[in-house]
Design a protein around this ligand. Structure first.
Ligand code: AR6
Length: 168
């Protein structure tokens, strides 16, 4: 049995130790999964985020989960995809997963859920984004129960077709 499952759903309903947010460098909220997480967590979340001094691309910062079922939110900032700089984008996306998993372990998390970072507004190719997520979680998330929670039907189809061993 793997400690990783890929499933369809809304990450804001995850009840476990931590959910990861695909944030922007301000950490002050936005659209997509970021907007959904802030709406579900309530206004205390942005207040704590405002004390963190932002976050660089490829890095991650942790807050409490407030009204969410998850204890923590780990905010990470994925790269804005550019095909001219695809190698650099990949390194930055890898770093998002590594830093997020490290923060989860440092905070004694046992379970964590990820959205598909950078695969929405930031334009990272969806299949490649899934490959990076799976590789990094397999390498750095060995002590955690991990879910990748997909929202977008097109990405679900890609996952079912290419990564069916993890699909649930
Ligand atoms: N649960 C799980 N996944 C979701 C949810 C949800 N409730 N809502 C959307 N997604 P995006 P990015 C998926 O655009 O590409 C924000 O404005 C979505 O279908 O949220 O990293 C930030 O503030 C997609 O597959 O994040 C930044 O400015 C995935 O989450 C910027 O967007 C990521 O899409 C970050 O862009």
């Amino acid at each position: 049995m793997s400690n990783l499952i890929i499933t369809q759903g809304d990450i804001t309903t995850f009840s476990g130790d931590a959910i990861v947010n695909a944030a922007n460098p301000s950490l002050l909220g936005g659209g997509g999964v970021d907007g959904a997480i802030h709406r579900a967590a309530g206004p205390e979340l942005v207040k704590e985020c405002a004390t963190l001094g932002g976050c660089e691309t490829g890095n991650a910062k942790i807050t409490k989960g407030y009204n969410l079922k998850a204890k923590f939110v780990i905010h990470t900032v994925g790269p804005i995809y550019s095909s001219k700089h695809s190698d650099e984008c990949k390194l930055l996306l890898e770093s998002c997963y590594k830093k997020s998993l490290e923060l989860a372990e440092q905070n004694n998390c046992k379970s964590i859920a990820f959205p598909l970072i950078s695969a929405g507004v930031y334009g990272y190719p969806k299949k490649e984004a899934l490959e990076v997520a799976i590789d990094m979680i397999r390498n750095y998330g060995k002590n955690l129960e991990v879910q990748i929670i997909l929202f977008d039907k097109e990405i679900c189809k890609i996952a079912q077709k290419n990564f069916k061993d993890y699909w649930k």
